[in-house]
Design a binder for this molecule. Structure first.
Ligand code: DON
Length: 305
């Protein structure tokens, strides 16, 4: 498959379509990003690399980090304990919604919405001596890249404004589903969201989920096949909040978005792909990112469906 040729076609089409959207502004630091950025990088499971545009520029991965948090939690805690505290159903609601939490006794619908990720962060705080340090070490290990880091300004900016997340975690604390100090868990959650990575780095990290849980460089297993299947399944059904159905319908791959404008998608046993364009639709997903991935599966004529 001529992936580079296909990526070039996608770049041309996206530039021509002039897709609209708004840069996330509820985290003030994110509002400073230039809206016209566009990059894409595809890493195949045999180690080929294809890319265009701003694919090497780092951006705030935001909710994409929820996949790393879940991965680390699955390595640290028994499945039955995790899945008692977080469900695996699509929410059909926005990423920061509180409504279901009260009806459902403080049990979040899934680990890829904010409430679910907060519970996962609580589990990590219980298991890690130094959550911030060990989390970063883990991300660096699966990325094979020791330069990946938090963006302290982004984390601080969200800490000042994160009223919804603060409401959510306190509600769950009331239901007994947060075991640690709420401010400690919130701080850690904001740190995880603040990690900066480029499309290249994201694609090279997520290829593990396309490679049955093994790192590409040495084929060392990080995740079991069952955990890899489950994470991909949760990305498929829950990775885009109330747009998970639309993403499946248009793209047909498991994936995860973030309000920094990044989207990663995984084609098991084939490739991982990351795209970045900061203009978001009203659901908080990158407009051009979704379109680029739709074009990828349409032009290649293959998706998991
Ligand atoms: O907690 C928040 O609202 C952000 N740190 C992350 C939200 C996010 O990326 C949702 N994604 N589309």
């Amino acid at each position: 498959m001529d992936y580079q040729g296909i990526l070039n076609v996608i770049e041309d089409k996206i530039q021509g379509e002039k897709l609209q959207g708004n840069v996330a502004s509820y985290i003030p630091e994110l509002a400073k990003i230039k809206p016209g950025k566009l990059g894409m990088h595809l890493t195949s499971v045999i180690g080929e690399e294809f890319h265009f545009g701003d694919s090497e520029e780092r951006f705030s991965i935001q909710s994409i980090s929820k996949v790393f948090s879940l991965t680390l939690a699955l390595l640290k805690e028994k499945d039955e304990i995790i899945w008692e505290r977080v469900d695996v159903e699509p929410s059909g609601d926005p990423f920061n919604s509180l409504v279901q939490l009260e009806y459902e006794n403080g049990i979040p619908r899934n680990p890829l919405i904010n409430s679910g990720a907060l519970v996962i962060c609580d589990i990590l705080v219980s298991h890690l001596d130094n959550p911030k340090k060990e989390y970063l070490e883990f991300v660096r290990r699966i990325a094979g890249n020791a330069t990946i880091d938090y963006n302290e300004r982004v984390a601080a900016s969200e800490k000042e404004e994160g009223f919804n997340n603060r409401a959510m975690i306190n509600l769950m604390k009331g239901y007994g589903n947060i075991h640690n100090d709420v401010e400690e868990v919130l701080d850690f959650y904001f740190d995880t969201c603040s990690i900066s990575m480029s499309c290249r780095e994201l694609a090279q990290t997520f290829v593990m989920y396309a490679n049955q849980g093994k790192l590409l460089k040495d084929q060392k297993r990080v995740l079991s096949e069952v955990h890899t299947k489950r994470i991909n399944a949760i990305m498929q059904t829950c990775g885009f909040y109330d747009e998970a159905g639309e993403f499946s319908f248009r793209v047909g791959l498991p994936g995860k978005s973030g309000v920094g404008g990044g989207i990663v998608a995984v084609y098991p046993n084939m490739y991982s792909v990351a795209v970045w364009s900061p203009k978001l639709n009203e659901k908080g997903n990158s407009t051009a990112g979704m379109r680029a991935l739709e074009l990828l599966t349409e032009i290649t004529g293959s998706s998991i469906f």
